[in-house]
Design a protein around this ligand. Sequence first.
Ligand code: ADP
Ligand code: MG
Length: 242
Amino acid sequence: RKQIFKLSTGSSKLDKLLGGGIESMSITEVFGEFRTGKTQLSHTLCVTAQMPGPNGYIGGKVMFIDTEHTFRPERLRAIAERFNLDQTAVLENILYARAYNSEHQYELLNSVAAKFHEEAGIFKLLIVDSVMALFRVDFSGRGEMADRQQKLGQLMSRLQKISEEYNVAVFVTNQITSDFGAAPADADLQKPVGGNILAHASTTRLALKKGKGRRRVAKIYDSPDLEESEVTFAITSGGIDD
Ligand code: ADP
Ligand code: MG
């Protein structure tokens, strides 16, 4: 029987907001404007996923799909140091793949599934940072929206299947619409891209906005069973923290 587990974000307040952390066998989406900490959170999870946790969780390997070329091993080293982990070992437990276009992003999931199958029970987390970026480039025309959403639906359903079949947490980052011109200060006005397809595919959606200095504000977006309260966290050299 597969036992659901939860991964720490590095911030106890953010974990609490999420009902314990990023959950396995489901898709968690985080969205927000540029520099709100989506990639830093992705990097922090790469490390916390390797650490033992509640309910007998023993930690495991991570698969990172990068579409924006923002993966930074040196950030992982600093985060590993914060948690007193061996930096080389932490890096060795992260498999990295760069996706070059939306079709390639989908095809990579074949290799991901093959790897998860080959090393059964070893992988605990699959990250896609960011999930929409390549779709926005490849389907930029107005008339291409239906096609984009269809392909996006295929990708998300594949991600959901992988999360359930291999009992991994799937963590995707997303952007917001720029329909409002300059990014609005009020996060309630910020809408994630990807429309209904992404909204229905993500089990948990987390909205991020900027606070003062290194501080960021997180809020659960549109959840049937989680409280819609706000928490703040910090982006530090050691990753996401309270
Ligand atoms: P997003 O992916 O949402 O665009 P990022 O996750 O890249 O945003 O976060 C960028 C923020 O992280 C910036 O405000 C930057 O100052 C901060 N940051 C990046 N590296 C470090 C570090 N080593 N120490 C502290 N803050 C950092
Ligand atoms: Mg980013």
